[in-house]
Design a protein around this ligand. Structure first.
Ligand code: GUN
Length: 331
């Protein structure tokens, strides 16, 4: 009797597991679904690792790493992002504060505030949340942050070092994508990768690391063959490039841009897009660039939205902040 109950439990567990990895196609056959790459769980793992490292760092006599997040204006999404960053930092032992300014702040006043933080020996990391009001030149502001405290990796020196495969601070979203490929053991060596989106803070650094030589100094190279597609890539060409890709990284903010018939069976799809939409029931929800429900039937692995690259970006910002604190201490 006990034996039969055990068998039933095992078979229920197996069936549940199978259900979560298979679907029934239009001909009634069971097919494998893609592996969902759980960024939320991986981010927790990375933050737990960092928490221990920071605890040991403080026990060795150092002060806690410190982060300052500057936010200008009232954009609700930006305030939510900053709140999440501060909460994550505090949870793992980073001393973190938000500095809030009105949208009327001038560019000169913002740069003066950044310079104060640059010269503050108790501050390791500085982040200016983007976008900034139109009256402020974002490039000038990014370049005003001291490169060694630039935990966003947006300073011209850090971008240049990344492009030259030198050790540097890498933008957190791009680093999140590379860390996911590594930790989920997605092979990139000699593979075809397509990056959809050419933004300087996301698409560009991802493409840089994906195509770079693993043996160069940064240690971040992935040795893939990389194609960059963007808004002027004709749709037929985008489909062609995607269908030939072993790995697709998409960061456009265009919901359902990447469809199942554009995917090579078994390919890995990393979705960096986040768009807030209102569904038929009038509920708002976050969606990525990928038609997830269909793509999951063709791909080998896919990141969900939410719960994929988003939480990993916060974890990698924490990594950058601790890295900055260690480097500054060594100087
Ligand atoms: N706005 C959207 N993403 C980012 C980011 O990674 N860093 C900053 N500073 N602002 C952002």
């Amino acid at each position: 009797m006990r034996h039969r109950i055990c068998l039933r439990i095992v078979s229920t567990v197996l069936n549940t597991k199978m259900r979560s990895h298979t679907y029934i196609d239009s001909l009634g056959s069971a097919r494998m679904m893609a592996r969902a790459l759980d960024g939320k769980a991986l981010a927790k793992e990375i933050k737990d690792e960092l928490k221990i490292k920071i605890h040991n760092w403080i026990n060795a006599g150092h002060r806690a790493p410190s982060l300052r997040c500057i936010i200008v204006g009232q954009d609700p999404a930006s305030h939510t992002y900053v709140k999440n960053k501060i909460a994550a930092a505090t949870e793992i032992g980073i001393e973190a504060q938000t500095i809030k300014y009105d949208a009327t702040l001038t560019e000169e006043a913002l740069i003066a505030a950044i310079e104060l933080l640059n010269n503050d020996k108790t501050v390791d990391g500085i982040l200016v949340q983007l976008p900034l009001p139109n009256s402020i030149d974002e490039r000038r502001v990014c370049n005003a942050v001291a490169p060694e405290k630039d935990v966003d990796g947006f300073h011209i020196t850090n971008v240049g070092q990344l492009c030259l495969d030198m050790p540097t601070i890498v933008p957190a979203t791009a680093l999140a994508v590379i860390e996911m490929l590594k930790r989920f053991k997605i092979d990139t060596f000699g593979r075809n990768a397509v990056v959809v989106g050419r933004s300087k803070n996301v698409g560009l650094p991802i493409a840089m690391m994906l195509h770079s030589d693993k043996n160069h100094d940064s240690g971040l190279g992935m040795d893939a063959t990389v194609t960059i597609c963007h808004r002027h890539t004709p749709p037929a060409q985008l489909e062609l490039h995607c269908r030939n890709a072993d790995i697709i990284i998409t960061a456009t903010g265009v919901p359902k841009l990447i469809k199942a018939d554009m995917i090579k069976p078994g390919a890995t799809i990393i979705d960096v897009g986040i768009t807030r939409i209102t569904d038929e029931q009038g509920k708002t929800k976050l969606v990525g660039d990928v038609d997830y429900d269909e793509v999951v039937k063709v791909a080998g692995a896919v990141t969900p939205v939410p719960g994929g690259v988003g939480p990993m970006t916060v974890a990698m910002l924490m990594h950058n902040t601790f890295q900055a604190a260690q480097k500054i201490w060594q100087q």
